[in-house]
Design a protein around this ligand. Structure first.
Ligand code: PEP
Length: 270
């Protein structure tokens, strides 16, 4: 078990909600208020389990204003960023703008960005570096499609994505990084990988990071599982040694469900 209650790990669990292209700024404000209320009713300890939301760009300002004005313990992040800091890149959003809004995190390389927008590992490496230039923490998403899973080469495939995306990072950057293992076949499909699948990959990712950045760095990097996570399956995922959190899509749009996921420790204790 990898919660802050466990002395074997100092990694604070991260429960991250990817709203994708849902929730305009009015809906997003309402969802955030409901989420904050649900977490407050559950007496959520944000220092113990971090909770982050990733609204669409146009909702970020409203969400971030609520977080700041109401002194909420939640944090926010962007769903993507440009590899560049400014300039003639129509439609792109700079990490500098996200940082200025008060975002802490930014998703990099979600499978929908890789598939729909053709983002390569080289582009994602540039995006990870762009995030660090603005003191944002990248949540780097990696994972295999169903064909690769069936071929049994999912570990090699995912580690190759990881290596290419973290190329050139400093040891401090690697230690602060968040990596989300998201098997593409389990995203938005209702198909959930088993806890042993999540542990197999997260263990392999941590071992790879140890090889790349050192044995003292890899234990600090937080690793998430993502793919059809709900309140009912989150505790078993988070029970695994190398799973330090979850990246949640669909279920993060339901404030009570997402708050229950964030309260996974109660279910593990009960
Ligand atoms: C995601 O979009 O990152 C995700 C994991 O989605 P879902 O939880 O809906 O599978």
């Amino acid at each position: 078990m990898n919660t802050s209650a466990n002395s074997s790990s100092n990694r604070t669990p991260l429960i991250a909600g990817n709203w994708k292209m849902n929730m305009d700024h009015v809906q997003g404000s309402s969802l955030l208020q409901h989420l904050a209320e649900a977490l407050s009713e559950a007496k959520h300890d944000y220092d113990r389990v971090e909770v982050a939301v990733f609204p669409p760009f146009t909702s970020l300002s409203a969400v971030q204003t609520l977080i700041q004005d109401d002194g909420l313990g939640l944090v926010s992040g962007g769903q993507d960023l440009s590899p560049f800091d400014s300039g003639a890149y129509t439609g792109d959003v700079s990490g500098r703008f996200l940082a200025r809004l008060g975002c802490k995190y930014v998703l990099v390389g979600h499978s929908e960005r890789r598939t729909i927008h053709g983002e390569t590992d080289e582009i994602l490496n540039a995006k990870v570096k762009a995030a660090y230039r603005q003191a944002l923490t990248p949540v780097l998403c990696v994972g295999e499609g169903l064909d690769i899973r069936r071929a049994g080469t999912h570990v090699q495939h995912t580690l190759a994505q990881l290596r290419a995306s973290v190329d050139g990072l400093t040891t401090d950057q690697a230690a602060g990084l968040v990596v989300a293992y998201e098997p593409v076949w389990a995203i938005g499909t209702g198909e959930v990988a088993g806890p042993e699948d999540a542990q197999e990959m997260c263990g392999a990712i941590r071992a790879e990071l140890a090889g790349l950045f050192g044995q003292d760095v890899a234990p600090k990097t937080r690793l998430l599982y993502g793919g059809s996570v709900k309140a009912s399956n989150a505790p078993s995922m988070l029970h695994e040694t190398d799973v330090d959190g979850v990246l949640v899509g669909g279920a993060s749009l339901d404030a009570d469900e997402f708050a229950s996921i964030a309260g996974f420790e109660r279910q593990l204790a009960g």
